[in-house]
Design a protein around this ligand. Structure first.
Ligand SMILES: Nc1ncnc2c1ncn2[C@@H]1O[C@H](COP(=O)(O)OP(=O)(O)OP(=O)(O)O)[C@@H](O)[C@H]1O
Length: 329
């Protein structure tokens, strides 16, 4: 691997419709580095991760640059054909819900094999004959801790537990030894008893390959355990970045302080609401007590019972809130 970063993001901004959702993101990840991306719901973590793989929804307007080591072109502006060669080879992704990542009609072993055969081209696996591929599938399923991997390779996704399915997804993501693995809440949908095990195998998987990891999560203790560096997002911006030990003990940004205060990192009571800071929101008490605002977000128009003072989560969601009478605040 070259000495430069595996991932170099500069001035990345994303707009969907009238909403600016990501603003001027600049960060990089070095080879073998494990970086956490944290922030409240709607702060832009998932959009950031899919932007790195060129998987933003249609109609998204993207500016800036996303460069991956070993890839000649910029991800921003690259066509689908070019990105299909990059995904699964240079960069892979593990999403939250394994069932949506797997094909329900295909045996899991065949899905791992398909990744090796389709994405593992470009001379990376000259040994990719049928027998060699079958052997590699079993090895990969074994590496992610699946019992009797040769048998399990013949199972369909619905015959596996949620934890086993996510292990298969991790095996697929690591099959071609990507330089960068992006995981978006990879353990959130799993039973708590298997969350730590799946996280552990992700960390061991990237370590064994000297790959870099970008781990998107709400879970600060997970970042403290798995990552060396952390990026803190708020309202589509990176508001703080640094070594985990530094950011988690001496946060510089008030929002990071709030996140830390709301987490159970320092034995804060579970279920405590996230601390917020005032952003571009109306002043507290600007609306009558008990007022139910309409909240328009980029996804849909929904009723939402945000009481004054407003939560700073709203600007992060791109919400434009109006008074029920239709008066803009
Ligand atoms: N396809 C889309 N069209 C329009 N707006 C979108 C789309 N996807 C996401 N957004 C908006 O972009 C903002 C950031 O969303 P994103 O999913 O990245 O947040 P997040 O930090 O990952 O939240 P969570 O932790 O809840 O997954 C939100 O305001 C969201 O409503």
């Amino acid at each position: 691997m070259s000495a430069g970063p595996v991932l170099d993001v500069r001035g990345l901004s994303v707009r969907i419709g009238r909403h600016g959702l990501l603003h001027d993101l600049t960060f990089s990840i070095r080879s073998g580095e494990r970086v956490g991306l944290i922030g409240e719901s709607g702060s832009g973590k998932s959009l950031t991760s899919v932007a790195l793989l060129g998987l933003l929804p249609e109609g998204a307007r993207v500016t800036g640059s996303v460069r991956l080591a070993g890839v000649a072109h910029d991800v921003v502006g690259a066509g689908e054909r070019a990105m299909a060669k990059v995904r699964g080879n240079d960069v892979s992704m593990v999403f939250q819900e394994p069932m949506t990542a797997l094909n329900p009609t295909m045996r899991v072993g065949a899905q791992v094999a398909e990744t090796i055969l389709i994405h593992g081209g470009r001379g990376r696996r000259p040994e990719a004959g049928r027998g060699a591929v079958r052997e590699r599938v079993v090895t990969l399923l074994d590496q992610v801790g699946l019992p009797t991997p040769a048998e399990l390779a013949r199972a369909y996704p619905h015959q596996l537990s949620g934890g086993q399915r996510q292990r298969v997804v991790v095996a697929i993501a690591l099959a071609n030894d990507p330089e960068l693995l992006v995981c978006d809440e990879p353990t959130t949908a799993l039973d708590v008893t298997v969350q730590a095990k799946v996280l552990d195998l992700i960390v061991r998987g990237v370590e064994a390959r000297r790959a870099a990891l970008l781990l998107v999560t709400h879970d600060l203790p997970v970042v403290a355990t798995a990552c060396e560096r952390v990026l803190v997002m708020y309202g589509g911006r990176i508001v703080e970045a640094g070594a985990v030990a530094e950011v988690f003990t001496r946060p510089r940004h008030r929002y990071t302080e709030g996140l830390l205060g709301a987490s159970d990192l320092e034995s804060a009571p579970r279920g405590k609401p996230l601390s917020t800071i005032p952003g571009s929101v109306p002043p507290a008490g600007a609306f009558p007590e008990g007022c139910v605002f309409r909240t328009r977000c980029a996804h849909a128009t929904t009723e939402c019972a945000v009481q004054p003072p407003w939560s700073s989560a709203d600007p992060g969601h791109g919400h434009a809130c109006v008074h029920p009478a239709g008066v803009a605040p």
